[in-house]
Each structure stands twice: as C-alpha cells, then as structure tokens.
Design a binder for this molecule. Structure first.
Ligand SMILES: [Zn+2]
Length: 203
C-alpha cells in the first residue's frame, strides 16, 4: 500500500516541464530559451520492471554574457537524482544505518544504492522537514508529492507545484559554517555512537 502510493506519486512527475527562470544570475541580462534537457528524476521498480521517471528542464542562454542557464529544477546543485529522493535518503539516515536506509528505500520501489545514500547523508545538503507516515519519517517534499495522488488529483503535476513542494532545491546554497546540514548531523550521530561504544567497552 505504502509502496504503491509512493511509486504512483513519483510516477506522476514523469515528463513534467520545468521552465521557470529569472534574469541571468551572472550579469542580470535577459534569458532567451535555448533548448530542453531530459534528466532522470528517479528509477522505480514496477511490476513491469524498471521505469525511469524523467523531467524536462528548459535551458536558456543569456543575451548579454552568453552563459548557459538552467530553469529552476527539482534537483539540489550537483546531484543526480530528484530532490525528494535525496530528502528521503537524508531523512531516513537520521534514524537508520545507511544499509537499512537503502533497504527501506528499495522496499518502497525506488532504486538507490548504499554508496549514494551515504554520499547524500554526508553532504552539505539540508535536513528536510519531516512528516511521520506509516511510522516512517518521510520528508515533507515526498509527502506532498504522494499527497497529490492520494487526494486523487491525478492530472499531470506542474513544475511550479513540484518546485514549491520541494522547497526550490536548485536555489539551495549550503551555509558557510555548515550548521544544520545533513553532514553535521551525521557527525553528531557518529560521535554519540562512539561514546556509547566506549561506555559499552568498559563494562
Ligand atoms: Zn548573463
């Protein structure tokens, strides 16, 4: 039931166009449409095998400085899977080992490996807002996306709606001092784990 709901929610993103943009961030010049790039948001395990969920991201070029610009997209900077999936990995890693986090995500029908989970958990990405759902800490972003299908709003998802639900991830900039990032929280967890191990070792 949970798996179906999550798979349906993520599948509803398939082929959504992201085209929202502003002036050039480098020089303030006007952005002119250039082309549209297909990016993989997630790979799902369905009854018919693996299914790649893709999104279309419009690219622009700046009329003044000529730089290539991407529309706002549902990806954090320098990541290769959709931001709600990254949020899921960092949220579950708060209370589970990386291996167990990987197992839970795979059981939800979403393709991910332990190395990827670990990489995002130890990145400077934010800790997402969390909602408990069937006893699991799910990120608000994923919860909102699957909520669409639960409320039977089955029309194709709109880019702006997904961006808002995801907290505009492509505009995310890590805090200079690293406070509150997933990496800083994981370091605290490791420290507590080491302290516990030291105490147990003395007994
Ligand atoms: Zn420019």
């Amino acid at each position: 039931m949970l798996t179906d709901t999550i798979v349906c929610g993520i599948a509803s993103i398939d082929k959504t166009l992201f085209s929202q943009t502003g002036p050039c961030p480098h020089c303030g010049g006007a952005a002119a449409p250039y082309d549209t790039k297909k990016k993989i948001y997630a790979t799902l395990h369905t009854q018919d095998g693996k299914k790649k969920i893709t999104v279309l991201v419009r690219r622009y070029h700046c009329r003044d400085c000529g730089k290539l610009l991407y529309a706002e997209e549902p990806f954090y900077p320098d990541t290769r899977i959709g931001s709600a999936i990254v949020d899921l990995a960092t949220a579950l890693s708060l209370v589970n080992s990386f291996s167990h986090t990987t197992e839970i995500i795979n059981a939800m029908g979403i393709d991910i490996d332990r190395g990827t989970v670990r990489k995002y958990a130890h990145s400077n990405l934010p800790i997402p807002k969390i909602n408990f759902f069937y006893g699991l800490p799910l990120p608000f972003s994923l919860f909102t996306i699957i909520g669409r299908t639960m409320s039977r709003k089955l029309s194709a998802a709109e880019g702006t709606e997904i961006l808002a639900a995801s907290g505009f991830p492509s505009a995310y900039r890590a805090p200079q001092d690293g406070t509150g990032t997933s990496h800083s929280i994981q370091k605290q967890r490791e420290k507590r784990g080491n302290q516990k191990a030291a105490v147990n070792g003395k007994q």
